[in-house]
Design a binder for this molecule. Structure first.
Ligand SMILES: [Fe+2]
Length: 485
């Protein structure tokens, strides 16, 4: 009798434990079904060390924390949706047809958003191209295919616009393509098709590289650095809410990535497949650089470099003030730092080794600056600048047939359905637009006793303001300290 009661009690306790904690680590294996992990291991693909079958559970967010985050999020999403619905209805009823950007607007949009990272130099000194190959699967999102476009540009730094769009190559069928120029009847279609393909590539491909490796970094920081470590204290405001949002996006049945029938989901289902974020390729493609190579030829690259330079003095101050000076404490902190960096390096390619990081204060400052700038300014700027492109100019679905040649005119009203117009506008306002829970310019750092670290916050804020004045493409209040939306 006692044994039965005892085991019932244990069962009940286990049940309670299960419901109290939700594991949401963001480590790559977490989002893959077991079979897929097995297959990856068997195939021994050239993937960095991401498969850890014998890892202990990573980070556990308490149900209370998750609930707090979700209820906050629900309230903000509900409010945003209520505001977005009238706009989305207006767009569907009165502006169903896509409207291509002018040529100047299109190059501006590439220059001032993260889309510029797809622009590759193909022929020196000034021929650039964005090559979105036909029918290749997006690495991070299986089942999504690109219809194929190549955009050719000329770059001339002497002109104020710098970039000129020369032509767009459209794929009409496998192996058959043709060049469309601005004088051709299919020009508007070609520009919309380019934006359509860029949507998928940027939001579901490149943007994923900002999200996923960060999740691992958060988990490993929680595991391998003590709360008393200055590096831990610096990173906390930049990691806040990220696992919560990660959990919702990847696992919530209401996520627009999981539920394609959701009224606000612009994502299409081209084939009868189950779409799922495949996180492994994001890790494979991602490479950490302690000093990122922002491309100074493009406005977005120059803006990021300027923000990076403005952020670094704050990190320098923190590292020089709060890393301990006493021999014993110094050794202990270095030991933790070394272990942490080595663990991160097993998952994120290019991350400095523990030896390198403890051997160079400059490298440590660069590394921390890059982590913080990526999750705050770069992530927010990627979202905000993309959301500023009108939804009419970047169709998520194209319903009409492809043109047969450069002079085959296609009526733009046949490209979208009413529901497409509604969903594109709704998603642009609710999901792509920025909704920070707090602002980077008000960031503060705390020690393990919840005392604020004494740093020149005012100087930091002034430097951020100078950047925002010089590059007025992202309002400062739209920059969150962490990936929290
Ligand atoms: Fe994001």
């Amino acid at each position: 009798m006692l044994t039965t009661t005892g085991s019932a009690l244990v069962d009940r306790l286990m049940e309670l434990m299960d419901s109290t904690f939700a594991v949401c680590t963001g480590l790559p294996t977490e989002s893959l079904p077991e079979k897929q992990v097995d297959l990856l291991q068997q195939a021994k693909e050239d993937i960095p060390t991401v498969v850890y079958p014998n890892e202990p559970p990573m980070v556990k967010l308490s149900a209370k924390q998750l609930k707090q985050f979700s209820s906050k999020r629900k309230a903000s999403i509900l409010w945003k949706s209520l505001q977005a619905i009238p706009h989305a209805l207006y767009r569907a009823v009165f502006h169903k047809s896509p409207v291509p950007l002018t040529d100047d607007q299109l190059v501006q949009c590439i220059d001032q958003t993260s889309m510029h990272t797809l622009c590759k130099l193909v022929r020196r000194p000034k021929h650039y191209c964005i090559d979105l190959k036909r029918f290749y699967d997006l690495p991070t999102f299986t089942g999504f295919c690109c219809m194929g476009t190549i955009a050719n540009f000329t770059y001339d730094r002497k002109t104020s616009a710098k970039l000129t769009l020369d032509n767009i190559v459209l794929y009409q069928s496998a192996g058959q393509n043709f060049i469309v120029k601005s004088i051709d009847s299919a020009w508007d279609f070609a520009k919309l098709m380019l934006m359509h393909n860029l949507n998928h590539e940027i939001t579901l491909g490149k943007h994923a590289l900002t999200h996923f490796p960060t999740n691992s970094l958060i988990v490993l920081t929680a595991q391998w650095l003590p709360e008393s470590h200055a590096v831990y204290q610096f990173l906390q405001p930049h990691f806040r809410y990220t696992l919560g949002i990660n959990n919702l996006v990847l696992n919530s049945p209401a996520s627009i990535l999981s539920d394609h029938n959701n009224l606000a989901s612009p994502f299409d289902i081209p084939f009868d497949t189950v779409h799922k974020f495949n996180i492994q390729p994001a890790y494979k493609e991602y490479r950490f650089l302690a000093r990122p190579l922002y491309n100074s030829k493009f406005t977005y690259g120059r803006m990021m470099q300027r923000y990076w330079n403005s952020f670094r003095p704050l990190v320098q101050e923190l590292v020089t003030t709060y890393l301990p000076r006493g021999q014993q404490a110094k050794l202990k902190q270095a030991q933790h730092l070394r272990r942490w960096a080595d663990r991160v390096g097993r998952i994120i390619r290019g991350f400095p080794s523990g030896k390198e990081l403890t051997g160079s204060t400059d490298l440590l400052i660069d590394t921390l600056t890059t982590i913080a700038v990526t999750v705050s300014i770069d992530h927010s700027a990627q979202h905000y600048t993309y959301s500023q492109i009108p939804s009419t100019a970047k169709p998520w679905r194209i319903r009409s047939r492809m043109p047969l040649n450069a002079n085959d005119p296609i009526h733009l009203s046949s490209m979208n359905w009413y529901v497409d117009a509604f969903q594109e506008e709704a998603a642009n306002r609710v999901f792509f637009n920025v909704d920070p829970a707090s602002e980077l310019m008000h960031v503060k750092y705390y020690n393990e006793n919840k005392q604020m670290l004494q740093l020149d916050y005012l100087g930091f804020r002034n430097r951020l303001q100078e950047c925002a004045e010089k590059f007025p493409y992202v309002p400062l209040e739209k920059i969150a300290p962490s990936i929290d939306f």
